[in-house]
Design a protein around this ligand. Structure first.
Ligand code: GLN
Length: 494
């Protein structure tokens, strides 16, 4: 990009565009990495997307890429990537934004990161999140909140708020996140970027610190739908180290430029009514009109049990979390309380009460209660039944339509502190995304427009393993919607 290169236009490049420029020799990986690192140096004091930078390693990897002959380069060589701090990285402290793991130095690397690293990415650092991925605003981080690049008074969403904010701020060309109830899609919506939660099992969870194992999935946060497809190509696959992972039945394609002719789309009636902000609804309706004009056959589709998805999730996810987080006991991992401790029980108690933040403790208590004898059937058993009903609702809907759509979140990014006092209101941020996790389906959020200057996300949901169709539809929708705004932090870099 010699001659025309400005910091701003390097920061606007999609991953695919950057790869093409590097392939032709018009751009060096070192220059691209430098552009992102200097944007971080300029803005991350305010945005606080990163918990830890791996600057020296990033520069080395970018330089090694430039030194290799173009024909020998790995397919994703030189792409500056942010990684959510819930994925373990050998030799790089991995905290899950918890005091419990403040000094945890993993001895292995998550499969998803290894696969991308083999494909040549340059990891810039580890991003902030809600502690152990529990939250919707990244305010539950033990190390302070991340701020939204569109408005620093507002949250970036969560729990992958650091990853979404990094992409939106021009502090990474793309990022890895994880999604248990919406943690990729909701922050992507709040930050005006693309977030894909793939079908449960399609990407290895090995090295993803477990929150709720029957829901958790790794996935990409990117600037474009095609970039999400590109990253997904390298992430999918069965991993012997994760027995719930499976081989994806399809080779993942890069979506092509075409219209939406022949596609039937159902608007989830339960997710466009009460509780959805007027500004979000308006942007959503406009996006639907554009999809119709591009050939999609749009109708209303009901998921009758979806209203019970949120309460069921807040039984099942905490139940799984209470079991998963039992391992943080002051013996095997991380933090241990010190002082005059009477016995090992007191050591456990103090370690866990000092090491975990309030939301994590709330989830452990909810989950332990729901699983306790006498209450198990009434709570956990009932919630499992609801999960089955939601799965069946989706199956019936996909007998009628190819895809379902809804807003990604009922509101745009809210103000820091606005919902921290009221967990229930916070939980409602995920009302549109949680049903998708209950059923293990793929869902993607794409930017649909702005409401009062803040991004609104459109969620598209497909049947299990329909990533190719879902990504193709999302790419075509992205094109007709034509959202091309970037956050002020990227605008100012021009
Ligand atoms: N916000 C939801 C929760 O707090 C979802 C989190 C996630 O997907 N990791 O559980």
């Amino acid at each position: 990009m010699t001659g025309t290169a400005t910091a701003g236009n390097l920061l606007r490049l999609s991953a695919l565009d950057a790869l093409e420029l590097m392939r032709t020799g018009a751009l060096e990986a070192a220059a691209l990495t430098d552009a992102y690192l200097s944007q971080i140096a300029k803005n991350d004091k305010i945005v606080a997307a990163y918990l830890r930078l791996t600057t020296a390693e990033a520069r080395l990897k970018a330089a090694a890429n430039d030194a290799a002959p173009a024909a020998d380069r790995a397919p994703l060589a030189g792409l500056p990537t942010a990684v959510k701090d819930v994925l373990v990285t050998e030799g790089v402290i991995t905290t899950c934004a918890s005091k419990m793991l403040e000094a945890y130095n993993p001895i292995y690397t998550a499969t998803s990161i290894l696969k991308l690293a083999e494909a040549g990415i340059v990891m810039l650092g580890k991003t902030n999140m809600d502690e152990f991925a529990m939250g919707s605003s990244t305010e539950n981080s033990a190390f302070g909140p991340t701020r939204n690049p569109w408005d620093p008074e507002r949250v970036p969403g969560g729990s992958s708020g650091g990853s979404a904010a990094a992409v939106a701020a021009g502090e990474a060309i793309w990022a890895l996140g994880s999604d248990t109830g919406g943690s990729i899609r909701q922050p992507a919506a709040f930050c005006g970027v693309v977030g894909l939660k793939p079908t449960y099992g399609s990407i290895s969870r090995y090295g993803l610190v477990a929150f709720a194992s029957s829901f958790d999935q790794v996935g990409p946060i990117t600037k474009t739908v095609r970039d999400a497809a590109l990253m997904l190509q390298y992430l999918v696959g069965k991993d012997p180290l994760d027995t719930t992972s499976v081989e994806h039945p399809d080779v993942i394609n890069l979506p092509q430029d075409k219209d939406l002719d022949g596609l039937s789309v159902g608007i989830v009636s339960e997710l466009v009514g009460e509780g959805i902000d007027a500004g979000v609804k308006k942007v959503f309706d406009q996006a639907v009109k554009k999809m119709e004009a591009a050939g999609a056959a749009v109708c209303e589709t009901s998921l009758p049990h979806v209203e019970y998805a949120l309460p069921a999730y807040y039984i099942l996810a905490p139940a799984e979390a209470s079991a998963n987080l039992a391992r943080f006991d002051g013996v095997r991992y991380g933090f241990r309380a010190v002082g005059a401790l009477a016995d090992i029980t007191e050591m456990y108690e103090l370690t866990r009460s000092q090491g975990f933040g309030d939301e994590v403790k709330r989830r452990i208590m909810l989950g332990t209660y729901a699983l306790s004898s006498g209450y198990y059937e009434a709570y956990y058993g009932q919630a499992q039944k609801v999960r089955t009903l939601v799965v069946e609702d989706f199956e019936r809907a996909f007998d009628q339509v190819d895809l379902l759509i809804s807003p990604t979140s009922p509101t745009t990014a809210f103000r820091l502190g606005e919902k921290t006092g009221d967990p229930l209101t916070m939980y409602k941020s995920d009302i549109c995304t949680i049903p998708v996790n209950l059923a293990g389906l793929p869902g993607i959020s794409i930017p649909a427009g702005l409401a009062d200057g803040l991004p609104v996300g459109l969620q598209l949901i497909g049947p299990a393993f329909s990533e190719n169709m879902l990504l193709q539809a999302a790419h075509s929708a992205e094109a007709v919607i034509g959202f091309d705004a970037v956050s002020p932090l990227i605008e100012r870099a021009d």
